[in-house]
Design a protein around this ligand. Sequence first.
Ligand code: COA
Length: 150
Amino acid sequence: MNQVKDIRRVRTEQEKADALFVRRRVFIEEQNVPESLEVDEYDRPEAPTIHFVAYRDGKPVGAGRLRVYDRQTGKVERVAVLDSERGTGLGRELMLAMEQTARDEGFSQLKLNAQCHAQPFYEKLGYKPIGDVFDEAGIDHIAMVKSLRD
Ligand code: COA
């Protein structure tokens, strides 16, 4: 049977809980990011953050969020795919869905802070590194940007 993948902009409490389930598994349990850093003010119900969740066969397997950085710039954060689903193209599909939403929301560029190990993943999607490597939650990161106008 074909595996059914479904990437959604979060619109319900259940979808948000599913996105947070994936983020907890990946960032808190796998990468040991403290919960107090992982779940922040941009996750509050009143925050204008746009959350995303990916399902395979009805089970949550991917997540990410998009928030306002400045008037023209969206910031992509918390991109996560469950370990068992990596290398299947899901992360790329999730990013493309987030980029389409960012365009629809009127952003002309996207920014993100990539974990250095994931830099090639973002480069393949057209993101360019800017600035120096920095530490966040004990993990090396590099800022990356992509124009949505190209
Ligand atoms: N290093 C080098 N290349 C990578 C890579 C990595 N860590 N992860 C993915 N790629 C490449 C793939 O080989 C693929 O290349 P191809 O198009 O030439 O075949 C392309 O990027 C797309 O890969 P995809 O299968 O869509 O990625 P994924 O579903 O495995 O998701 C992450 C990638 C980074 C989201 C996933 O590994 C993950 O959740 N990691 C843990 C959390 C994390 O670190 N998130 C990033 C926070 S900044």
